[in-house]
Ligand binder design. Structure first.
Ligand SMILES: Cc1ncc(COP(=O)(O)O)c(C=O)c1O
Length: 398
């Protein structure tokens, strides 16, 4: 492949990408322009919850595209009204604001919390977030993130995001002051390497925020939409947060995200929030098709079953190769490799036609389509098994 067939240099070089161009996707598989097929356990970073180009989403997009693309955000459209209602019917929230990316949804959550502080808490504006957390790449969401690599970038950061430690309630308590308005966290820290808070921590955190009159914000951009076996992960802990953000899976592959809030927390006034493409009918039609599919009880049960199957296969493989623990829930899992060989494994798997992700040097993350089959899991495990065998042999020789 050359620069003549594909003008790579016209795109900003913002990340290292393999020199391959993908042209087609179906279910758990992607094809590049040489016809090579790849089994995809990344799925656009946990985005394509029903796999590549799922017929329900393709049909919803085609139907909506024929009807109405964009009346503009100053007018109502039917798909956004229906999707907002479907989301509030299935959650503890009352109102929805649609966005085009997860970072934009989180930016909205931060603004909503600050507005709440201005209205009800003497201008309190600090939002306690967590070391290792990831909330996006706008300036405010990078500032809210606890990702070490972000620390030296784009100074000065947006202020007002003191960091606590996951699973350490005392570290949260220490940061609460008259300036605090909210606590914000991912129910599983995905980008950091799949680190789940315990259900007990989530429940204690919920009690603590209630006690202090603070808002609890859950960033379910990676964990929501069935990824961990319930439509929203917070349901596992039996809590009712005040604000939630959704992204990734909600559009099934198209750019859609959402900010949800309870009636009490929904305090935006005219002019506070908006955006040209927000809640456009095309993306919301896709979101509606995804939600109808994912919310089926038999679908969620199959996510739980398939997740347990993947977990047990990873556990067996880990034991065979003397690796570490399996973390996560449902179909958001990580394998601790104990040694920093994740990048080499991802590169070799790519050569072998399997897409894997390494969120950190010593861990692999698995986020396949929620309808991935057992045969596809076996195929991925076989590939990984043989790579690990080769790495083990090479280390023994060295
Ligand atoms: C938990 C979490 N929050 C926010 C984001 C940002 O979403 P987006 O990339 O759509 O802006 C991500 C993306 O990886 C995420 O995993």
């Amino acid at each position: 492949m050359t620069i003549a067939t594909h003008p790579f240099d016209a795109l900003m070089d913002i990340t290292a990408r393999p020199p391959v161009v993908f042209v087609r996707g179906q279910g758990s598989f992607l094809w590049d322009d040489s016809g090579k097929r790849y089994l995809d356990f990344v799925q656009g970073w946990a985005v394509n919850c029903l796999g590549h180009s799922p017929p329900v989403v393709v049909e919803a997009l085609a139907e909506q595209a024929k009807l109405l693309l964009n009346p503009g955000p100053a007018f109502y459209n039917a798909p956004s009204l229906k999707l907002a209602k479907a989301l509030t019917d299935r959650s503890c929230f009352d109102q929805v604001f649609f966005t085009n990316s997860g970072a934009e949804a989180n930016e909205g959550a931060i603004k909503l919390a600050r507005k709440f502080g201005a209205l009800h808490r003497n201008g309190a504006y600090e939002i306690i977030t967590f070391e290792g957390g990831f909330h996006g790449r706008t300036l405010a969401t990078m500032s809210a993130s606890g990702k070490k690599a972000f620390e030296p970038l784009f100074e000065p950061k947006v202020s007002g995001f003191p960091k606590a430690q996951l699973n350490d309630l005392a570290s949260v308590k220490r940061l609460i002051s008259s300036k605090t308005i909210a606590v914000m966290l991912e129910p599983i820290q995905g980008e950091a390497g799949v680190w789940p808070p315990t259900d007990q921590f989530l429940s204690d955190l919920s009690d603590l925020t209630r006690e202090h009159g603070l808002l609890l914000i859950v960033d379910e951009i990676q964990t929501g939409m069935g990824r961990t076996g319930k439509i929203f992960h917070y349901e596992h802990a039996g809590i009712e947060p005040d604000i939630m953000t959704l992204g990734k899976g909600i559009g099934g592959g198209v750019p859609l995200a959402a900010l949800l809030a309870t009636e009490a927390a929904s305090c935006f006034e005219h002019g506070d929030q908006g955006g040209t493409f927000n809640g456009n009918p095309l993306m919301c039609a896709a979101g509606l098709a995804v939600l109808q599919h994912v919310a089926e009880p038999h679908f969620l049960k199959s996510v739980v079953d398939t997740g347990l199957y993947l977990e047990s296969e990873l556990q067996r493989m880990s034991a065979r190769h003397g690796l570490g623990e399996i973390r996560g829930k449902g179909l958001l899992l990580a394998l601790d490799l104990r040694i920093p060989v994740a990048a080499a494994i991802v590169a070799q798997a790519f050569e072998d036609g399997v897409l894997l992700n390494a969120p950190r040097p010593d861990a692999l993350r698995f986020m396949p389509a929620l309808n991935v089959t057992r045969e596809e899991i076996t195929r991925m495990i076989d590939c990984l098994d043989s790579i690990l065998t080769k790495i083990g042999a090479a280390r023994r020789i060295a």
